[in-house]
Design a protein around this ligand. Sequence first.
Ligand SMILES: Cc1cc2nc3c(=O)[nH]c(=O)nc-3n(C[C@H](O)[C@H](O)[C@H](O)COP(=O)(O)OP(=O)(O)OC[C@H]3O[C@@H](n4cnc5c(N)ncnc54)[C@H](O)[C@@H]3O)c2cc1C
Length: 338
Amino acid sequence: MQALSYTLASSAEAAVAQYAQHQGSARYIAGGTNLYDLMKLGIERPTHLIDVSRIVGMDTIKTEGDILRFGARALMTDVAYEPMVREQYPVLSESLLKAASQQLRNMATVGGNILQRTRCMYFRNGAGSSSTVGRYHCNKRAPGSGCSAVNGLDRTQAVLGTSEACTAVAPGDWPVALMAMDASVELLGSSGQRIVPIGDFYRLPGDTPQRDFNLEEGELVTAITVPKTPLGRASTYHKIRDRESFAFALASAAVALEMDGTTIRSARIALGGVATTPWRSHAAEAVVAGSALTPELALRAGRSAFHDARPGQHNAFKVDLGARVIADALLIAAQRRA
Ligand SMILES: Cc1cc2nc3c(=O)[nH]c(=O)nc-3n(C[C@H](O)[C@H](O)[C@H](O)COP(=O)(O)OP(=O)(O)OC[C@H]3O[C@@H](n4cnc5c(N)ncnc54)[C@H](O)[C@@H]3O)c2cc1C
């Protein structure tokens, strides 16, 4: 039995100060849908929890000048059903509604969502109660222990952004939409505030797969911002999974288009379920920019996103699936042009 203490933070500043008192052994907790899970699996072993789910003002969803601001403790449900988000940024709403289940979305926060950890089965199984390595080797869970996914069952592993040390997929849907919308993450830490573009927030595994995020110890996510853009309207989040509900993506695409009639002026394309981070594909964007969209062009764009793919033994299907998901998402988004 391990002792566990708990405090409820009333402000972002108070949360950061409480963290500083428990350096290294504390965790923030919001909806708890990922953290409690990891604690039960023995992967996370905090001795102090700082509940940030009641911080006043950190749940607001508002437009401010040129940006949309989502407080980090806003519930996935509340952001997904916000009328302005549904109408003007369907990619954001759909990425949330296609994630998890209604019950989970009623608990889980958009800040916790961007920080959830991989569902790689070798990461999640094998922490054991006393062993640091356990049944499966995982460099993300136990650095330097190896990776059982290499030469293992890798059907759900990544084909983009992998390293010798790790092929675990980034699990979230909402971060993929945020990547397409050029979002930023607002942080508060003991040395003050900073803003990190979402493209710099996630780390490729390289030889340090244990670090998923460019976060300093004790930094609190206070908000996620999205620049207002006309690209939001002709947008979609398309997700393919083993079952149509309550499952993580095998491949997904967030697409947002700026259209001039039937011609695509510019496109933003990001991928989920196939890469070790939420994955922006500038190659696919370049294929469609300045052209009238046809099914053939859409598929060519999809294929261009996978030129650098490195499939393993059982996940080569993701290369074709991912290309087709992008193609379908482009066609859906183009239908939504004003
Ligand atoms: C069965 C199941 C199916 C799921 N399916 C999907 C799916 O299909 N798609 C998908 O995207 N997700 C899915 N999820 C994941 C779910 O969306 C996440 O668990 C949830 O979004 C996490 O939010 P939370 O508020 O509960 O985070 P918590 O569990 O409270 O926290 C998660 C992490 O973030 C940290 N944290 C939380 N808030 C902050 C903050 N403000 N600042 C700094 N650190 C913070 C915590 O310390 C912890 O490390 C699924 C989860 C389950 C259990």
